[in-house]
Design a protein around this ligand. Structure first.
Ligand code: CO
Length: 496
């Protein structure tokens, strides 16, 4: 057997373990009864241990080193090897003691966060988070070789990204988007009370399934369930599951979670299954993943054309609620821009201020310029500064997100990157796909999905995020595309 075949076999085994864990995680979030939690945690931890052993084994290391000098490999094989070798070397930087300590600290911090959020008591969380931040600072040191310590964490989610580049990007957000949102705020607000009438749960569910089908989500390779926080998970490109959340008093939650998670799922369903377990069947980065969900959610789903295709169906399902609401009224309501407290329900413009705030805070935490006990005051001050709102309590302030309690520092910026990539890619899609907007208006999403398959999905991780962006649009990520999209759309909506 060739070395490359042995490598493939080892990688598939590691993937089997990881995806088996993913099934257990999915079940935990959707169907597991409450008493299942204790043994489930143990099962997950056992599998994580086996996965780590396989991923750092001497055998795999030797094989990767041999293969990295093999000039007979194809370009794609060479890329797989260099990416696998990089992950292998990164994994080796963690001692078992460090991994265990981190995992234990995360469990404790997560539990403390849940309680602190429920009780609106930051003090319950602070000592645990302090420990975790310390470990994260250590982690940056042991990963080493980065210009900025925060780069090490960013790279776990967005390989190749740099703090310095994000600073430039967020300076644009600060200077251009903040000013634009201020102009919107001076205008009269649009009406959206009809979004919050009673919407029957089963009818919502059926409508959401229709939207997914229309996007091209393959129900033979996936299914939708309910969960308190919508997410997408996959066990292979042939089993990609989404969850949604339905609020009978707010039609928005179902619509945006179905389209958003649907966009993530189409990416996973489009990855090459014959490359299972190898980097060439993995997503590029979280920013690129988010570009797929945001492109469908914002550029497609929040457009008037999309609702020209879909509003008649919605109106048919809820004739009482929507009888005097035109498609234009509905379009205006779904695009209301208004500073708010909670990131996950923010509109597509002010959303980026929530990310900007978290980016500034976590960077300062990692640099050691900010300490955990200063967090609530600093958070509230930033919300006043960027969003102009007073934070009434920590539960709806600094305690709102799960990420830090999970040890995920460097994750938030990928949300903004996703929207900005999406705007840039969508401009290119409109240039390259004949009559794209007319097709969307007819409810035909196939040309767009085919284009995304061709440009993004089928490549797996072959390109870096930057290379992919250049291959698609001819240039690196440029905030101008998002700002142009926002200016054009919202100037019309708010008569600026
Ligand atoms: Co997402």
């Amino acid at each position: 057997m060739s070395n490359y075949s042995s490598y493939q076999i080892m990688m598939r085994k590691i993937a089997d373990i990881q995806y088996a864990s993913a099934v257990l995680n999915w079940d935990q979030e959707s169907y597991m009864p409450p008493k299942g939690a204790t043994f489930r945690a143990q099962q997950l931890s056992t599998l994580a241990g086996i996965g780590h052993e396989l991923a750092t084994s001497k055998e795999l290391g030797e094989l990767l080193n041999k293969l990295s000098e093999d000039t007979s490999l194809s370009e794609k094989e060479k890329r797989n090897i260099s990416q696998s070798l990089k992950s292998f070397n990164d994994n080796k930087k963690y001692s078992t003691e460090f991994v265990q300590l981190l995992s234990k600290t995360i469990s404790e911090t997560f539990q403390a966060w849940q309680k602190a959020k429920a009780d609106n008591n930051f003090a319950l969380y602070a000592p645990h988070l302090e420990k975790l931040v310390k470990l994260k600072r250590e982690e940056c040191k042991l990963l080493g070789d980065f210009v900025h310590p925060y780069d090490a964490l960013l790279n776990q989610y967005e390989p190749g990204s740099k703090t310095a580049d994000l600073e430039v990007l967020f300076t644009d957000v600060r200077e251009q988007l903040v000013a634009f949102v201020k102009k919107i705020a001076e205008k009269p607000q649009n009406e959206d009370a009809f979004m919050y009438l009673y919407y029957d749960k089963q009818q919502q569910w059926d409508f959401g399934l229709d939207l997914l089908k229309q996007m091209g989500y393959d129900f033979e390779s996936g299914r939708q369930d309910e969960s308190s926080h919508p997410f997408t998970t996959n066990f292979s490109p042939e089993d990609v599951r989404v969850t949604t959340r339905i609020n009978v008093n707010d039609i928005n939650e179902m619509i945006w979670s179905c389209i958003h998670e649907g966009g993530h799922a189409l990416y996973e369903q489009g990855l090459p299954s014959e490359e299972y377990g190898l980097p060439s069947s993995e997503y590029v980065s979280l920013g690129i993943h988010e570009s797929q969900s945001r492109l469908w959610e914002n550029n497609v789903g929040r457009s008037l054309l999309y609702w020209k295709a879909n509003y008649p169906k919605l109106k048919n399902a809820f004739p009482e609620n929507l009888k005097s609401v035109s498609v234009e009224d509905f379009y205006k309501a779904m695009n209301i821009v208004k500073p708010s407290l909670i990131r996950t329900s923010a509109d597509e413009l002010t959303y980026h201020f929530h990310v900007l705030i978290r980016f500034e805070i976590e960077k300062a935490l990692i640099e050691g310029l900010l300490e955990v006990n200063e967090l609530p005051a600093y958070w509230n001050q930033k919300y006043k500064e960027y969003l102009g709102i007073e934070v009434p309590n920590d539960a709806s302030g600094v305690l709102q997100d799960i990420h830090w309690s999970h040890g995920s520092f460097g994750y938030f910026p990928t949300y903004s990157l996703g929207s900005f990539y999406a705007a840039q890619f969508f401009v290119q899609a409109k240039i390259e796909i004949n009559g794209l907007e007319a097709e969307i208006e007819k409810g035909n999403m196939k040309p767009l999905l085919d284009w995304l398959r061709e440009k993004v999905h089928r490549h797996g991780k072959y390109y870096s995020a930057e290379e992919l962006c250049i291959a698609i649009s001819g240039e690196k990520l440029n905030f101008k595309y998002f700002m142009d999209y926002a200016t054009k759309k919202y100037s019309k909506l708010y008569d600026l």
